[in-house]
Ligand binder design. Structure first.
Ligand SMILES: NC(=O)c1ccc[n+]([C@@H]2O[C@H](COP(=O)([O-])OP(=O)(O)OC[C@H]3O[C@@H](n4cnc5c(N)ncnc54)[C@H](O)[C@@H]3O)[C@@H](O)[C@H]2O)c1
Length: 438
């Protein structure tokens, strides 16, 4: 009842009032890797949650307590299902005290920000936004999006941000597949349009996060997320470039990374690999590149890192070709088994996965490519289905480890293959004639 009373008090001081300390109603827009964990977290904190998506399959699945996100077991979702209302109707958000926007922020074909999903969500929200509501954008985006794009759209409702409604940006830091750092124990950064907006966002996230870090503006919060992702992208590119150099120099990059990691300060471990995947690292930095151009600046580190990381799948294909060549086999006509199609271990997300590029290029060159991935049962665009592991290594002319999932006996796979190419370093330290590492 508290939320209803709060909703109908349409006075100018609505945004000065703290959010309810008792149970509240929270709306989550976009039920993907970011949104669904938030739905469950707020429900577990005792709140009611309006879980909204335009994808009817996701709405139906959430409504039935069936999770499609690896980090959220269905049992966990079902345990809080009575508190969750899964919907595709924006009108249902009118009952929420806070609404979190977690829609995708991809790039267009020209590698420019595609704010279409955000615009669509904001436009729909404008029709139903209520005085006193707190709206938080969680999607990763360039600095200025919240203030210059979201606020004007919401104000199209006739409500004023800072007076009638509150708006903040809070970047999501979820790392799919990770269990040691979760929403609860990963500090949450928030930046509000006004100090009161930030305070209300701080109170909201305090319900599900142990530590909330308030920054002075949404722009600072937006830039914080980009710095984190660009930091990773640049460092991965650095170690990838060194991996290529080490190979030419006959030095084992994995041994070097392990040794450098013994330094207790001033070094942070990053591992080479077949390239960067997922929704974030290959995409987010280019939001800043685009924005920087409006300030007459080019972001050299971002561009260079992107270039090196995008080259990695091609470098890996060349490595596979050379390994086959060394046993007198061309790619054309060779049976190549790829292990792991998702972009990282323990998840089924194939967005921007370098494994897909590797499979494509090998197939273009005449390789007879199959793959195994328990998290990715099929790759419809490539016309492939995951093959069983049983007997697969023995049959292949080359086995290529692209993504290492937990629970697979890779040393057994190495033993059973005639040629094994390890692009993830799981065999580091092992020397065998038929084993080749990135
Ligand atoms: N996946 C991650 O690990 C991660 C981590 C941190 C930040 N992010 C950022 O969070 C945002 C969301 O990422 P994600 O991985 O959860 O994406 P996702 O594609 O898994 O989920 C987004 C959901 O939004 C829905 N959607 C699209 N338009 C909508 C609309 N107008 N109204 C309602 N729902 C709509 C889609 O149907 C989809 O279910 C992105 O900006 C991403 O960069 C992602």
């Amino acid at each position: 009842m508290l939320s209803l009373r709060w909703r109908f008090e349409q006075c100018r001081e609505t945004t000065d009032r703290p959010l309810s300390s008792a149970e509240m109603t929270v709306g989550v827009v976009g039920l993907g890797y970011v949104g669904l964990p938030l739905v469950v977290a707020f429900a577990e904190a005792g709140d009611r949650v309006v879980a909204l998506d335009i994808d009817p399959l996701k709405v139906a699945a959430v409504g039935k307590g069936e999770s499609y996100i690896e980090d959220i077991p269905s049992e966990r979702l079902r345990a809080v299902l009575p508190q969750i209302r899964a919907t595709h109707r924006y009108a249902d958000l009118a009952q929420a005290e806070a609404v979190l926007i977690c829609v995708p922020t991809p790039l267009t074909d020209n590698r420019e920000p595609d704010l279409g999903p955000l615009d669509a969500a904001a436009q729909s929200l404008t029709q139903v936004v209520q005085p006193g509501q707190l709206i938080v954008l969680e999607s990763t985006t360039y600095p200025g999006t919240t203030r210059e794009r979201l606020v004007p759209m919401l104000e199209g409702s006739g409500l004023r941000v800072g007076d009638d409604i509150s708006v903040a940006f809070s970047p999501e830091r979820v790392d799919p597949g990770r269990t040691d750092y979760t929403l609860r124990n990963t500090p949450k950064v928030v930046g509000g349009i006004t100090p009161a907006c930030a305070e209300r966002a701080e109170t909201l996230y305090g319900r599900v996060c142990d530590h909330v870090v308030k920054v002075s503006t949404p722009e600072a919060a937006e830039m914080t997320k980009l710095l984190e992702n660009i930091f990773r992208s640049v460092n991965i590119a650095l170690v990838n470039e060194l991996a290529i150099l080490c190979e030419r120099m006959g030095i084992d990059i994995w041994e070097v990374v392990d040794a450098a990691s013994t330094k207790p300060y001033g070094f942070m471990r990053f591992e080479p690999g077949p390239g960067m995947g997922g929704h974030c690292l290959p995409v987010d930095p280019f939001y800043l590149t685009w924005r920087a151009r409006q300030f007459h600046m080019s972001t050299e580190f971002i561009e260079l890192a992107g270039k090196i990381n995008q080259q990695m799948p091609y470098h890996c294909v060349e490595r596979i070709e050379r390994a086959l060549n060394d046993v007198a086999r061309p790619v054309k006509g060779s049976k190549i088994l790829v292990l792991g199609a998702s972009y990282k271990g323990g998840v089924g997300d194939i967005r921007e996965s370098p494994g897909l590029r590797i499979i494509e290029v090998l197939a273009e060159r005449g390789g007879i490519v199959s793959y195994h991935d328990d998290f990715v049962p099929s790759l419809p665009d490539l016309g492939l289905e995951s093959v069983p592991l049983e007997g697969a290594a023995e049959e292949a002319d080359a086995v290529v480890l692209v993504t290492a999932h937990p629970g697979i006996d890779y040393s057994g796979m190495v033993e059973r293959s005639s040629l094994f190419v390890d692009l993830r370093g799981v065999t580091r330290g092992v020397r065998l004639d038929h084993l080749v590492r990135l």
